[in-house]
Design a protein around this ligand. Sequence first.
Ligand SMILES: Nc1ncnc2c1ncn2[C@@H]1O[C@H](COP(=O)(O)OP(=O)(O)O)[C@@H](O)[C@H]1O
Ligand SMILES: [Mg+2]
Length: 134
Amino acid sequence: MADVHQALPLETDEHVVAVRKAVREHAIDMKLSLVDQTKLVTAASELARNTIKYGGGGMVLLERLRDGLRSGLRLVFADTGPGIPDIELALRDGYTSGNGLGLGLGGTKRLVDDFTIDSRPGDGTAVAIIKWKI
Ligand SMILES: Nc1ncnc2c1ncn2[C@@H]1O[C@H](COP(=O)(O)OP(=O)(O)O)[C@@H](O)[C@H]1O
Ligand SMILES: [Mg+2]
């Protein structure tokens, strides 16, 4: 069972703040530990900034999940920007096409339970993450 709770815009720094706040609230409501709350907020923050900086803006969908005994939060960051031509390269620690540290995608992948990138040059990018509370 999944039910979409929220769709939030991602165009400005204020939007990033709002997404961090919403994710923190869901994480608390799911009873994630403080460490896991922070991991999830950090992951969301990195992806939100990528959506704005590289995707030219977009949105994030926040979806609460329930699977038997566990509950989770799924976040999908979507834009209609240029896409990622080489996903493997983009995931590599230290790779940036801008002036970042190149740790956002790889770092995010390590902070969550599930991580998928769907991107085609010219079509945009969707990055989906899931964090479960066991
Ligand atoms: N939404 C996106 N659209 C297009 N390219 C992206 C997107 N997100 C990430 N990328 C590409 O992946 C690279 C690596 O991203 P990341 O690991 O977050 O590092 P950084 O943000 O420091 O560049 C970016 O430099 C960019 O080339
Ligand atoms: Mg980044």
